[in-house]
Design a binder for this molecule. Structure first.
Ligand code: NAP
Length: 240
C-alpha cells in the first residue's frame, strides 16, 4: 500500500511511520517540518520510506504537496501533524487572532491535503483516511485547551463528512482519539501534573506512541465496512 502521513518524522507520527514501514510491501511517504535529522534517519533505516518537507504554515510547501499527491497513487492518508501548543490560557484571555491562526495552520492544510488525496481515491474507487483526534473530545477537556479542542472537534466533524460522502466509492474515513502521551506537544506540562495523571491512570502508566501506532496499523488493514468510526485509546476512562 502507498501511504501518506503528515508529521511522520517525530512523536506519534514517527511511531506510525515506523510501524507501517515495517510492513515491507508498504511505501510510506511522510511529511516533516522541523525534524529533518529524524526524517533522514528513518529514510536510511527503511528504504520503503520517502520524506517530504512540508511546513503547514508555508503556502508553497502545501501547494507543492498537493501537486505531488496527484502523482503518488496513494491508498491511505493519515492526518497526524499538529502545529501549535495544546494548552494556552483560559478561553477569555486568548487573543481572538489565535483562533484564526490555529484554524489556518491546522485545518486549512489538512483540508487541502485531504481534498487532493480524495480526488485520487474517488477515481480508483478505493482508499482510507485515518485522522488523529484527541481523547480531550471524549473526556473532560483540561482548562486552557479550548483552541486545541475546538480545532480537533472541527476535524472530527470533517472525518464524518468524508465518510458519508465517499463510502459508496469504497473509501473509509475513521479517526483515533488517544489520551495523553509524552511528546514535544506536551513537553511544557508540569511534572507534578504528569505524576498525578500516572497515579490516577487505570494502568498506572501513560499511553505510548507504539500502542497508538498499533491501532493505526489495524485501521490501515481494516475492511471498508469499518467506516465513520472513532477509536478512543484512553484505557476505558469516560466510556459513553
Ligand atoms: N501527545 C498527546 O498527548 C496527544 C494526545 C492525543 C492526540 N495527539 C495528537 O497526536 C498527533 C501527534 O502529536 P504528538 O503528540 O506526536 O506531538 P509532536 O511530537 O509535537 O508531533 C507533532 C507533529 O506535527 C508536525 N508539525 C508541527 N508543526 C508543523 C507545521 N508547522 N507544519 C507541518 N507539520 C508540523 C511535527 O513535525 P516536525 O517534528 O517535523 O516539526 C510533528 O511530527 C497530533 O495530531 C496531536 O494532536 C497527541
Amino acid at each position: 500500500m502507498k501511504i501518506l502521513i503528515s508529521g511522520g518524522a517525530s512523536g506519534l507520527g514517527e511511531a506510525i511511520t515506523r510501524a507501517l514501514a515495517g510492513e515491507t510491501t508498504n511505501t510510506v511517504y511522510f511529511t516533516f517540518n522541523s525534524s529533518e535529522t529524524k526524517a533522514t534517519e528513518i529514510q536510511k533505516q527503511f528504504n520503503n520510506t520517502v520524506p517530504i518537507k512540508c511546513d503547514f504554515k508555508n503556502r508553497e510547501d502545501v501547494v507543492n504537496l498537493r501537486h505531488m499527491i496527484s502523482t503518488l497513487d496513494l491508498d491511505i492518508l493519515i492526518n497526524n501533524a499538529f502545529s501549535g501548543q495544546p494548552i494556552k490560557n483560559h478561553f477569555h484571555k486568548i487573543p481572538v487572532e489565535d483562533f484564526t491562526t490555529e484554524f489556518q495552520n491546522n485545518i486549512i492544510p489538512t483540508v487541502e491535503i485531504t481534498q487532493a488525496v480524495l480526488t485520487g481515491f474517488r477515481k480508483k474507487k478505493s482508499g482510507k483516511i485515518i485522522t488523529v483526534l484527541t481523547s480531550f473530545l471524549l473526556n473532560t477537556p483540561p482548562a486552557g485547551a479550548s483552541v486545541y479542542v475546538a480545532v480537533k472537534a472541527y476535524l472530527a466533524s470533517l472525518v464524518k463528512s468524508w465518510s458519508v460522502e465517499n463510502s459508496k466509492f469504497n473509501i473509509a474515513s475513521n479517526s483515533i482519539s488517544p489520551s495523553f502521551m509524552l511528546s514535544n506537544l506536551t513537553k511544557d506540562v508540569d511534572e507534578r501534573v504528569i505524576e498525578q495523571m500516572i497515579d490516577s491512570h487505570p494502568l498506572k502508566r501513560l499511553l505510548s506512541f507504539e500502542e497508538v501506532a498499533e491501532a493505526v496499523l489495524f485501521l490501515s488493514k481494516a475492511s471498508p465496512q469499518l467506516n465513520g468510526v472513532d477509536i478512543p485509546i484512553n484505557a476505558g476512562t469516560n466510556i459513553k
